[in-house]
Write a protein that binds this ligand. Structure first.
Ligand code: C2E
Ligand code: CA
Ligand code: CA
Ligand code: CA
Length: 278
């Protein structure tokens, strides 16, 4: 009986959230929501470990609901995927973040590159490469400066349209990065079949790197796979200096995590760059 009530509450919350998400997206797309914008992008630095410098920033979406406050993307992104809103959401993120990179550069702020998360669901619609090309052209951004973070789930699909989209994006010059690498329980064969340029070591492997000795060989193996295939390796979730030192010792090129910087609004990133970011 308790279980049933719980299930109902969950179902109700889902329905409410779906409606709220749809409404928020309508408002955002209608333009100029200003201070009350439902969605905002935060940017988290990815830093080169040696020598220490900014490598690029990853755009991460934030949603503030008038009553619920901040809703985690870990909650609303999967929901957006299920209810068919992810295409619109990811399109907004792509357009907004590429435009932001253009504005930074026009203002003389040296942001070397941008990474954007793209849901596997988004690839099913064939227009992604065209949309990417248009966003880059409109804002005068070289394709080399854009990275799309995708998941292993996408690489496992047999859909021809997805392969064509990956090839077209690669042909444009965009870098494809495998997010959460090592968590997808997939075969590694896709790494040689598809034009992947980068691996992101999932936070779960980095989390206890300096605490549980079993993690180090795993992280080392991922870095070696990257080296063997000529892929850049990015470690995410770096929170402590001890993790940083170990990653550097293992030859990991790029790090991302609270140790370096949290995700932050565009304006704050400018201050960060002026100070510690260099
Ligand atoms: P992700 O792509 O793996 O992003 C990394 C997540 O780890 C972010 O959570 C980030 O804020 C968090 N993080 C970064 N450094 C640290 C650290 O040192 N320690 C800890 N504990 N966490 C850290 P966030 O922003 O809540 O995003 C969660 C997930 O939602 C993302 O995971 C991504 O899968 C998805 N997501 C976020 N924005 C978008 C988007 O625009 N489009 C799509 N499709 N998915 C998005
Ligand atoms: Ca990501
Ligand atoms: Ca990740
Ligand atoms: Ca993740």
């Amino acid at each position: 009986h308790f279980f049933r009530r719980d299930m109902n509450e969950q179902a109700v919350r889902r329905l409410e959230m779906e409606a709220a998400l749809r409404e928020a997206l309508d408002r955002q797309e209608a333009g100029c929501p200003g201070e009350d914008a439902p969605f905002e992008l935060h940017y988290q630095p990815q830093v080169r470990l040696k020598p220490n410098c900014l490598y690029r920033v990853e755009a991460l979406i934030r949603w503030t609901h008038p009553r619920w406050g901040a809703v985690s993307p870990a909650e609303f992104i999967p929901l957006a995927e299920e209810c068919g809103l992810i295409d619109r959401l990811d399109s907004w993120v792509l357009q907004t973040s590429v435009a932001q990179l253009g504005r930074w550069r026009a203002a003389g702020i040296p942001v070397p590159g941008l990474a954007v998360n793209v849901s596997a669901v988004r690839f099913a619609r064939g227009d992604l490469p065209d949309q990417v090309r248009a966003a880059l052209a409109t804002n005068g951004i070289p394709a080399n400066d854009l990275t799309l973070e995708i998941t292993e789930r996408l690489m496992m699909t047999e859909e021809v349209g997805v392969h064509d989209a990956l090839d077209a994006l690669h042909a444009l010059g965009v870098t494809l990065s495998i997010d959460d690498f090592g968590t997808g329980y997939s075969s590694l064969g896709y790494l040689k079949r598809y034009p992947v340029g980068e691996l992101k070591i999932d936070r779960s492997f980095v989390k206890e790197l300096d605490i549980d000795a079993a993690n180090r060989p795993l992280v080392r193996a991922i870095i070696q796979i990257g080296e063997a295939l000529g892929l850049t390796v990015v470690a995410e979730g770096v929170e402590r200096e001890a993790q940083h030192r170990m990653l550097e010792a293992e030859g990991c090129a790029i790090g991302q995590g609270y140790l370096f910087a949290r995700p932050m609004p565009a304006a704050t990133l400018v201050d960060w760059l002026a100070g510690e970011g260099k």
